[in-house]
Design a protein around this ligand. Sequence first.
Ligand SMILES: [Zn+2]
Length: 215
Amino acid sequence: MTDDATMDPTRLAAAAAAIVDGGRRLGSRGLIVAAEGNLSVRLGDRILVTSSGRRKDELTADDLVLVPADPAVRAVDADRPDLQPSSDIRIHRAIYAARPDICAVAHAHLPSSLALTLAGLVPDPAALPETALFIPRLPYLPLMAMGSPELAAAIAAVFADGLEPSAVAVLLERHGAVAIGSSVDAAVDRLELVDLLCRVWRDAAGIGFRGLPTG
Ligand SMILES: [Zn+2]
């Protein structure tokens, strides 16, 4: 983990521990493989984020990168030039800029959501009591290039669309989901609930379910 003279070390260590734990949770549930996924915590005008190319279920604090929240601000961290922030750092920056109230972002290529959206199905969180309560809205975005400014802007716009209740997770066509929260734990909880919804929807579709009645 790159350090910064102005950052409270206790706060930095707590954020790093939360990210490390979040990565282990996602891995233990089969929600990430290889180097997929990314997690971050906002710390003032900085973002502590997972580095590119590392397994997120085997992270240590040394695998995290502290970057400016504002992409226009040049990073001064030079003690770990071998670490690059997540290739999805644009998404994290755009969300934090759009939602000053949230502190954590988690993204995973949930296998259940990949299958469902590949089949052209989009689940309704109203179908299950838990998701209806904790993810009352699950906006859906069509496939866009990974790492692109367009994808980052579209995701941030969904989280700041002004609708009530505000979105806490977004489903991406063939690209998993992104969840936000006041903590890494809260964001990972939401990814788990999106996965639960997608698994149930996929299984129900396999035995003839064709979606909730409309009207
Ligand atoms: Zn991704």
